[in-house]
Design a protein around this ligand. Structure first.
Ligand code: UDP
Ligand code: MG
Length: 339
C-alpha cells in the first residue's frame, strides 16, 4: 500500500452514493478539506456507486484521476444503502473505518472527535443525532418510534437515534466481514459484535442538495429488516394472539353448546358466528404472515448468493481489494479502460 510506506495508521472513509450528482462535488470538496486538516493518519476514500442512473460515477471517476486517495466500487445495479456500506467495509484497508453518507447530513468534522475516542481505545464510536433539522415530522416520529420499538424487541441493545455514521476499529470491521447474512442491518450488527462502544452526540444537518433516496417503501423494508433480523419476538407475539383468540373461541363454543342444550334460541346467532369466523380467520392470516416473513428470510439466506455484484473497481491496488469474505461476483475492467 502506498500509505504503509509512511507508516501512518490508515483511516478508510466509506461513502455510499446513489444518484448524488447534485451534492457530490461539495462532498468531495469538504472531504478534501477534512483530509488536509487530519494529522498523523493516512486516508483512503472508498466510494460505492450503488448503480446510480445520473452522473455520480463519472464525477467520482474524474475525482479519482486527480486524487490517489480515492477508490471506487461500481455496482452493476442498485443494491441498496446497507449493501453498499457492506461492500465498502469489505474493501476498506484502514486500521479504522468510518461510514458517512454522501449528502453531508453527517458533518465530516465530527470524525475528528471519533478518531480521538478511537485513540483512547474505543472500538466503535457512533454518532447519536441530537437534532435533525429539515426532516419531515412524519420521518422524525416514525424514526423515533422505530428505534424505541426495535430496542424493546431486540435481543441486543441497539442505541437509540443512531444511524450508520460511525467509526469502527479493524477488529470490528473484520468481525463484520465474517457475518454473511443477506438481510443487513449494519448498525444492529455492530451492536451485536460488542467490544468497547461509545456514543458521541452530534447535530445532523439538512441534506446539502438533492432528495432523500429513502422513499417510504425502502424505509418500511429497512425497519422490517431491522426488527426481524434482531428479534424472534414477532413469532412469540403471533403465538400470543393465537392463544388469546383460542381462549375467546373456547368461551364462544361453551356458550353455543349451552344455548343449544338449555334453550330454544339456538337457530339465531348468525352475527356472532360471522364475527368469530372473521376474527379467527384474521388472526390466522396475521400469524401465517409473520411465519411467512421468517420463512422468506430463511429462503433468501439459504440461496447463499453474493451480496452484491461489482462491475468495476477503480483505484484499488491491482485493481481490486485484497480479499473478500463473501466472494462477490466480480467483473473487473482495467483501470486504463475506464479513464
Ligand atoms: N444510498 C445508497 N443506495 C440507496 C439509497 C441510498 O447508496 O439505494 C446512499 C445515499 O446516496 C446516501 C446514503 O445512502 O449517501 C443515505 O441515503 P439518504 O440520504 O437518501 O437517506 P436519509 O438520510 O434521507 O435517510
Ligand atoms: Mg440523507
Amino acid at each position: 500500500m502506498e500509505n504503509s510506506a509512511v507508516n501512518k495508521p490508515l483511516l478508510s472513509i466509506v461513502i455510499p452514493c446513489y444518484n448524488e450528482e447534485e451534492v457530490l462535488s461539495e462532498t468531495l470538496f469538504q472531504l478534501d478539506r477534512f483530509c488536509e486538516q487530519l494529522s498523523g493518519l493516512a486516508v483512503e476514500l472508498v466510494f460505492i456507486d450503488d448503480g446510480s442512473k445520473d452522473k455520480t460515477r463519472d464525477i467520482l471517476k474524474n475525482y479519482a484521476i486527480q486524487n490517489d486517495r480515492v477508490r471506487i466500487i461500481g455496482f452493476s445495479r442498485n443494491f441498496g444503502h446497507q449493501i453498499a456500506v457492506t461492500a465498502g467495509i469489505d474493501a476498506a484497508n484502514g486500521d479504522a473505518v468510518v461510514l458517512i453518507d454522501a449528502d453531508l447530513q453527517d458533518p465530516p468534522e465530527v470524525i475528528h472527535q471519533m478518531i480521538e475516542k478511537w485513540r483512547e481505545g474505543y472500538d466503535v464510536v457512533y454518532g447519536t443525532r441530537t437534532e435533525r433539522p429539515g426532516e419531515s415530522a412524519f420521518k422524525l416520529t416514525t424514526a423515533r418510534g422505530f428505534y424505541r420499538l426495535l430496542n424493546r424487541v431486540s435481543d441486543v441493545p441497539i442505541p437509540l437515534d443512531t444511524g450508520d455514521f460511525r467509526l469502527m476499529s479493524r477488529a470490528v470491521v473484520d468481525t463484520l466481514r465474517a457475518m454473511p447474512e443477506q438481510a443487513r442491518f449494519v448498525r444492529g450488527m455492530v451492536s451485536w459484535i460488542g467490544f468497547k462502544q461509545i456514543s458521541i452526540p452530534y447535530k445532523r444537518a439538512e441534506r446539502f442538495a438533492g432528495e432523500s433516496k429513502y422513499p417510504l417503501r425502502k424505509m418500511i423494508r429497512f425497519a422490517v429488516d431491522g426488527i426481524l433480523s434482531f428479534s424472534t419476538k414477532p413469532l412469540q407475539f403471533s403465538v400470543g394472539i393465537g392463544l388469546v383468540s383460542a381462549c375467546i373461541a373456547l368461551v364462544g363454543i361453551v356458550y353455543a353448546i349451552m344455548l343449544r342444550l338449555l334453550t330454544n334460541y339456538w337457530v339465531e346467532g348468525w352475527t356472532a358466528l360471522m364475527i368469530a369466523i372473521l376474527f379467527i380467520g384474521g388472526v390466522q392470516l396475521i400469524c401465517v404472515g409473520v411465519l411467512g416473513e421468517y420463512v422468506g428470510r430463511i429462503y433468501n439466506e439459504i440461496k447463499g448468493r453474493p451480496l452484491y455484484v461489482v462491475q468495476e473497481y477503480i483505484g484499488f491496488e491491482q485493481n481490486k481489494p485484497p480479499y473478500f469474505t463473501r466472494s462477490p461476483v466480480v467483473n473487473i475492467k482495467k483501470n486504463e479502460e475506464n479513464n
